[in-house]
Write a protein that binds this ligand. Sequence first.
Ligand code: IPE
Ligand code: IPE
Ligand code: MG
Length: 254
Amino acid sequence: MPLPLAAATAGANPVGTSSGGSVPRHVAIIMDGNGRWAASRGLPRIAGHRAGAEAVTRCLKAARASGLEYLTLYTFSSENWRRGPAEVADLTGLLRFYLRHKVAELHSQQIRILFVGEIHRFGPDLCAELARAERLTANNTGLTLLLALSYGGRSEIVQATKAIARAVMRGELDPDAIDENVVSRHLLTAGIPDPDVIVRTSGEHRLSNFLLWQSAYAELVFLEELWPDFSEASFNHVLEIYGRRERRFGARPA
Ligand code: IPE
Ligand code: IPE
Ligand code: MG
């Protein structure tokens, strides 16, 4: 089963706010382009994933410096299992390495780590390590880092639907009381505000099953650069782009 998140503290973004040059609360990133980065250098794909992991460190540094509250990183999609055992083993090996060698540092930086996705698919050992990292950092008050692992937006909505149906069958929930907040509370991201901005690197213009419900009013930013080239300056560039956007949530322009 996916790990439950902390108790709900925040809902969707309020209607009618504009970014107004302010910093976003929640940035979500589709970290794409590792394979192409490696191929352009004549290297194996794993070299691109390793370089991508270093880009995560730079991204975290910039995110913390900006005062961001929530950063979600699409690390492994529910469809990425299709890549075959060798690449999946490379990716899970890298994840294991970072859990063992980086979590203490993230903890010392007051980062709270959460995982969203069908993490049981990684097997009991890795699952236990993920749970340990969540427990260790649970009371940290700095940046909340959500890693989407074996995450798929459609499957998340399906599991929320099942949970709501069960609550109705137990007589705990009136079907007429089901509203957007009820659905949000049953998602893996319950308690986390919707992303203000979703970034995708590598020039691809699609969501690839990422945060389908939560992205309803996210600002979308597509960058040409490949994820391993992502720098602190790239992160700050995203903040600048966001600051220039006008968010209307369906209301009349200001
Ligand atoms: C993103 O880079 C990392 C994962 C999806 C795990 P890719 O591996 O998708 O790189 P490209 O898209 O093939 O360049
Ligand atoms: C999306 O990238 C998933 C992650 C970045 C983890 P993909 O490379 O898997 O997406 P598609 O297949 O190009 O849509
Ligand atoms: Mg890709």
